[in-house]
Design a protein around this ligand. Structure first.
Ligand SMILES: *Cc1c(COP(=O)(O)O)cnc(C)c1O
Length: 404
């Protein structure tokens, strides 16, 4: 068989797989956007009101962040040249980490290229085949992939189900204690949960989880991707609001959502950070992010910590409370508002109808959520106006969705 025939069968097989994907309503396509990320975006040549972004505080296009990124380009150039341990440890990363540690009130911080890389590197560094990882059923794909890659024993508890969590902790305790000699280190149990869940907007029962973690001698990692900047007296996240930050060994987050830039972070003790600098493979074996990203992220975190950050948060909550309560499934305040549809194809159709009315809300489908649990996931941000929210309410009413 010649090279051409081989390629053809390759192309053919992939096309068949894509067709099967499409029949299930699961096909995804990139849509070109020709404007900055904001309440309004220009998508495929049309201006739409955007309820899809995680730029919760409206910082992605903020002049202060843009200026910081440009200044970093002037000072450090466009690229970093190498991984940070080789020769790429530019001052901007250290500044970012000092800002992060001071914002979160931890001894130290480490930044990564993305939140995904932070999860991958950190979980892989902390857990291996002797250890037990206990995860909430709805944790983000980055945590699931990290858990699989780590080789640790996995236990998944039903979403926010404390009894099921405790069941796994009991099992895990017995297992790590039985491991005994011949193992390089004592087996550990690591619990990983999100604080505010990305696709449902609901909150984890963090105080109870922290209580169980203490009781069973486990470690706790909390992914604050959707909570940093939005919860707690100093906007550090839900661990602050629930008073469990000091019990959370590993605080994780992204710099790509409320912080308005790009990157991921881990905050915790100095020892944890020193350990990750040595052991987190996604940190050690990857070129440092562009200086502009780190500088924008540092400016974003400073802004969140400022009086303007508090104003933006207050304004965001005022918009969230304006949205018709029947559409708000979750009782805890959240800028993430899912409208459950169920069927994948129907969800896509609803999203298309909204698009015709000038509103952009993506249909979220498997594998981001479970099969048959497709939804419209809308997010409100501080760059929306009250009129945007009224227009949203009206467009949703016209959709005539079944009220759950
Ligand atoms: C977005 C997200 C991540 C990944 O962060 P990136 O910086 O986008 O890679 C991790 N966890 C959760 C819950 C997220 O929503």
């Amino acid at each position: 068989m010649g090279h051409g025939a081989l390629m053809n069968s390759f192309e053919q097989e992939l096309s068949e797989r894509l067709v099967a994907h499409q029949r299930q309503g699961l096909l995804r396509q990139l849509r070109r956007v020709d404007s900055p990320q904001s309440a309004r975006i220009q998508l495929d040549g049309r201006v739409l009101t955007n309820f899809s972004s995680n730029d919760y505080l409206g910082l992605a296009g903020h002049p202060v962040l843009k200026q910081a990124a440009m200044a970093a380009v002037e000072q450090f150039g466009a690229g970093a040249g190498a991984s940070r341990l080789i020769c790429g440890n530019l001052g901007v990363y250290q500044d970012l980490e000092e800002v992060l540690a001071s914002f979160k009130g931890t001894q130290a911080a480490l930044s990564f290229s993305t939140g995904y890389a932070a999860a991958l590197g950190t979980i892989g560094a902390l857990a291996g085949p002797d250890d037990v990882l206990v995860l909430d059923k709805l944790v983000h794909a980055s945590v699931i992939d990290a858990a699989r890659l780590s080789g640790a024993v996995l236990r998944i508890f039903r979403h926010n189900d404390l009894n099921h969590l405790e069941h796994h902790l009991k099992w895990g305790r017995a297992r790590v204690e039985a491991a005994g000699p011949g193992h390089t280190h004592k087996g550990r149990i690591l619990i990983v949960t999100e604080s505010v869940f990305s696709m449902d907007g609901d909150h984890a029962p963090l105080r109870e989880i922290a209580g169980l973690k203490e009781r069973y001698g486990a470690w706790l990692m909390v992914d604050e991707a959707h909570a940093t900047g939005l919860y707690g007296a100093n906007r550090r996240g839900l661990t602050e609001q629930e008073g469990i930050a000091s019990q959370t060994e590993i605080q994780m987050g992204t710099l790509g959502k409320a912080a308005g830039a790009s990157g991921g972070y881990i905050c915790g003790s100095r020892t944890l950070i020193d350990y990750l600098v040595n052991k987190a493979r996604s940190f050690v074996f990857s070129t440092a992010p562009v200086p502009a990203a780190a500088a924008a992220a540092a400016a974003g975190i400073r802004l969140i910590a400022s009086a303007e950050g508090e104003e933006r948060r207050k304004y965001l909550w005022s918009l969230v409370s304006k949205i018709t309560p029947t559409q708000v499934r979750s009782t805890s305040p959240s800028a993430i508002i899912p409208i459950q549809i169920g069927d994948e194809t129907k969800a896509v159709e609803s999203s298309e109808k909204l698009l015709q009315n000038g509103i952009f809300i993506p249909a979220i489908r498997y594998p981001t959520v479970a099969r048959g649990r497709a939804r419209l996931r809308m997010t409100v941000t501080a760059s929306h106006t009250p009129q945007d929210v009224d227009a949203l309410d009206q467009a949703l009413a016209e959709l005539q969705l079944p009220t759950s």
